[in-house]
Design a protein around this ligand. Structure first.
Ligand code: GLU
Length: 424
């Protein structure tokens, strides 16, 4: 199994070589040392009542680097959360925030719990306990959490409420991804999927790709997978299959997103749903990855595509909507087959970009319309794609990931240098 943090270290190492003309050897070495580990990882035991029983859960917050601004990144609830995983996810947040030129560093938090069978009050208890234990390390100018896997606006609302109770003052900018009525931003819910769509659209335009002739499969039907499908379908792309953790629903010509959503909420899993519909056939996750389509969009968890299954992939383009879905060994195989990989740190940066818009609105107290949010998000995503594509051409870099890293790391290193963190 590829450790996510090892993947990050490989990506860091292989991108720094493109910065030799921009920084001295000493600066690069000093920066590499700092970026090779998070600034700190906070680990706490949460004592919470689950189903009335006192339970102990492990919670983490990894703060990777804050040269560009306060730490920023989501909190996930998942049974596979580990210290290694949050470390990697926090480092990817540092890279991501700098790719889209946000005034933030990177962080990520997590609680080791499978929330699937928990009640609403269990989840509220976990959120409040997380905030109580972590409040010293969080703040609108310190570290700003947001939703991630299995968390959303309700979780952010409970966390904010507890944070404000403990600290004694209103501080809406301490969490993003909040409900609108608590200072959330219009467009935040769909932001990650929409941002991914904008990046793909920018790439498609650069290659004269025609939507109605382009087939896509999406792995993952959480917030990101759903909204990406929604916008891709609206633009005329043909989404042929979409999966959840049980497997995929496949349509011969194009899925209907409302129909698929209804099936999911009625039968809970696509495997079960497939037994009750004759419009869609069923495919296992492995079969989904091997489908003969133009674009494969992994939108679930890390390491969906590894050295073990990379050879089965037939898609020509991989759009990384999840964080870390393609391991470095898989990437080497795919690139050598000529597959284009549009990297996570660019493709899923729409979420944190609208989080930044939300934070700006909270700080100024002045709120934007949905069309302003969409317009500014589109400008950010198209602009970032353009800058990375230009750098890729200029420095003759073979992958979009390395180009995105080179662009991002140059900014982080420059900030660290100005701050005097790299020594003389
Ligand atoms: N969890 C999201 C991500 O991985 C959003 C982070 C944020 O908005 O701070 O990018």
């Amino acid at each position: 199994m590829n450790s996510p943090f090892d993947s990050y270290l490989t990506q860091l190492e292989s991108s720094l070589k493109f910065l030799k003309e921009d920084f001295s050897e000493n600066d690069i070495e000093a920066a590499k040392k700092i970026l090779s580990r998070p600034d700190r990882v906070i680990e706490k035991i949460l004592k919470v009542k689950l189903g009335g029983t006192e339970t102990k859960l492990i919670a983490y917050r990894s703060q990777h680097n804050n040269a560009l601004g306060p730490y920023k990144g989501g909190i996930r609830f998942h049974q596979n959360v580990s210290k290694d995983e949050v470390k990697a996810l926090s480092a990817w947040m540092s890279v991501k925030c700098s790719v889209v030129e946000l005034p933030y560093g990177g962080a990520k938090g997590g609680v080791v719990i499978d929330p699937k069978n928990l009640t609403e009050s269990d989840i509220e208890n976990i959120c409040r306990a997380f905030s109580r234990e972590m409040h010293d390390y969080i703040g609108e100018k310190v570290d700003i959490p947001a939703p991630d896997v299995n968390t959303g606006e309700q979780e952010m609302a409970w966390m904010l409420d507890e944070y404000e109770k403990v600290t004694g003052f209103k501080s809406p900018g301490a969490f993003t991804g909040k409900p609108l009525v608590l200072g959330g931003s219009k467009g935040r819910t769909e932001a990650t999927g929409l941002g991914g769509f904008y990046v793909f659209d920018a790439y498609a335009k650069s290659r004269n790709i025609i939507p109605s002739k382009t087939t896509i499969v999406v792995q993952g039907f959480g917030n990101v997978g759903y909204w990406f499908c929604y916008f891709a379908l609206k633009a005329g792309y043909k989404v042929l299959a979409i999966s959840d953790s049980s497997g995929a629903l496949v349509h011969k010509t194009c899925v209907d997103i409302d129909e698929v959503s209804e099936l999911k909420s009625k039968y809970r899993s696509f495997l079960e749903a497939s037994k009750h519909t004759n419009k869609y056939s069923f495919a296992t996750n492995d079969e989904l990855l091997a489908m003969n389509v133009d674009v494969l969009a992994p939108a679930a968890l890390e390491n969906a595509i590894t050295g073990k299954n990379a050879n089965f992939v037939k898609a020509k383009i991989i759009l990384e909507l999840a964080n870390g879905p393609v391991s470095p060994d898989a990437e080497t195989k795919l690139l050598s087959k000529g597959v284009e990989i549009l990297p996570d740190v660019l493709c899923n940066a729409g979420g944190v970009t609208v989080s930044y818009f939300e934070w700006s609105q909270n700080i100024s107290g002045y709120y934007w319309s949905k069309s302003q949010v969409y317009k500014r998000l589109s400008k950010k995503m198209f602009g970032a794609f353009d800058k990375i594509a230009k750098l890729k051409a200029l420095k003759n870099i073979s992958s979009y990931r390395q180009a995105a890293y080179a662009f991002s790391l140059a900014r982080i290193i420059s900030a660290m240098k100005f701050r005097g963190w790299l020594g003389k």
